[in-house]
Design a protein around this ligand. Structure first.
Ligand code: EPU
Length: 418
């Protein structure tokens, strides 16, 4: 199993290009199921989760050409096998995103229930409830969701909780439904907007994506299209947090600052100077780091996917930072690992109280999920001495060549293959 070895304590400087967004690419790859014509995607990040999604779609009969860099062509002219098996769903929960498009296009689907995961229970009841409201017959048996519908029907549906993939699943299903669907209390994440943009290019009729009410007029068929995946706001935020933590002066290109308002505000509060020019964000941090407070919540509030990385920063800031996680019930597993590096953190329920310390010390730590791994990389960059991070397969799911990009900024980081 691969591990990362980081020799910490160096400031970061230089320029890095941000990749396409994982959490936009995954639903958009699934949207290929909605049309018999080819969908061509550009700026697709080269990540393990993207490869898993491609494997899943290929097993269904989708022809995929992922030959050249960051460009993927998908042709779902025929779907032989509208099935997402447990073996793949257990490795990637986002496989649930195939459910809506499959029922809408094929009239049937069998998708394994994802089960819980490291960061929380993560049920999919809202996805199922929405499809039932659209007239699908659903059975839960042998660990699978089996759905059937001759043609889905438009309806008004209010989500009980704000769910990103739930909103995406129902939005995709509604594009081919008969009549109008109104989704209330919808997720407003930029990735939902990117998916809506792609669907619109395919001929879908969608209004309100990016607000909490999305209206979709169903059409009889969608057609082929070309779409560029939006930049990854969480990869951007992770690199910004790394530079703020380590100190230095770095510019991230190919990104979209207006998707990161809450993150940029916290970084500035911590003492970083952040400036935006076109698709580039420059962060400079030379002075001391100060404490800040943050509370995760659905977009446009602070993203849960940046909580762990900001905790690494807080560990070295002067003063006490209070971090509250409201989206997932078990997303504090990085705390114990940070403590191994010398951080002082108490957790009470879903709140972490981080008392900044003057220095962290390198040690062996273990990655537990994707964003916890990114937190440990940042901690390793600011710790004195060597930090070894085990189980970095989590990191490869969501960051493209993180060690190469950090090395380009002057970090001493290398991968050891075992
Ligand atoms: N929830 C329900 N019922 C549902 C769906 C969700 O109770 O039917 C709850 C969840 O348990 C959770 C909350 O609602 O407590 C929000 O979950 P959401 O459904 O929004 O999460 P998701 O769609 O499964 C996506 C991202 C996550 C990101 C969350 C929150 C993708 C592929 N994944 O997950 O990304 O943390 O939204 O923003 O888009 C990551 O990239 O590291 C990651 C975990």
């Amino acid at each position: 199993m691969d591990r990362l070895i980081i020799d910490g304590g160096r400031p970061l400087a230089g320029e890095v290009r941000i990749s396409g967004a994982k959490n936009a690419a995954l639903p958009i790859l699934c949207s290929a199921l909605l049309t018999a014509e080819p969908l061509v995607l550009t700026n697709v990040p080269r990540l393990n989760d993207v490869r898993t999604m491609q494997t899943l779609l290929a097993q269904m009969g989708v022809r995929i050409d992922a030959g050249t860099a960051e460009k993927v062509a998908l042709d779902a002219g025929r779907i032989d096998w509208p099935l997402a098996p447990y073996e793949l769903v257990k490795t990637m929960r986002a496989s649930i995103l195939a459910l809506g498009p499959l029922v809408a296009r094929c009239g049937e689907a069998r998708v394994s229930l994802p089960g819980g995961c490291a960061i929380g229970l993560r049920p999919v009841d809202q996805h199922v409830k929405g499809l039932v409201a659209m007239g699908a017959e659903i059975d839960l048996e042998h660990g699978y969701i089996s759905a059937r519908a001759r043609r889905l029907k438009g309806m008004r549906f209010g989500f009980d909780v704000v769910t990103v993939t739930g909103t995406e699943n129902l939005m995709m299903a509604a594009t081919l439904a008969e009549g109008t669907t109104v989704l209330e209390n919808a997720a407003r994440e930029p990735e939902v907007v990117d998916l809506a943009r792609c669907l619109a290019t395919m001929g879908a009729n969608i209004a309100g994506a990016g607000t909490d009410r999305i209206t979709i007029e169903g059409v009889a068929a969608l057609h082929g299209a070309t779409h560029a995946i939006m930049p990854d706001r969480i990869e951007t935020g992770t690199f910004l947090a790394a530079v703020a933590a380590a100190g230095g002066d770095a510019t991230l290109t190919g990104t979209q600052a207006d998707t990161l308002d809450a993150v940029l505000a916290r970084l500035r509060e911590a003492g970083a100077e952040v400036s935006v020019k076109g698709d580039a964000i420059r962060l400079v941090r030379r002075g001391p780091l100060g404490a800040f407070n943050l509370r995760t919540a659905p977009y446009p509030a602070f993203p849960t996917d940046m909580q762990a990385q900001m905790m690494a920063l807080a560990a070295r800031a002067s003063g006490t930072t209070v971090i509250t996680e409201t989206i997932f019930e078990n997303r504090m597993m990085h705390v114990q690992e940070l403590v191994r590096l010398g951080a002082e953190i108490d957790v009470e329920g879903n709140t972490a109280i981080v008392r900044g310390v003057p220095k962290l010390n390198g040690a062996n730590v273990m990655a537990t999920d994707l964003r916890a791994s990114a937190c440990l990389v940042i901690a390793g960059l600011i710790a004195e001495g060597e930090t070894t991070i085990d189980r970095i397969y989590h990191l490869d799911r969501g960051y493209e060549r993180i060690e190469d990009k950090l090395s380009a900024l002057g970090a001493r980081i290398r991968r050891s293959r075992q």
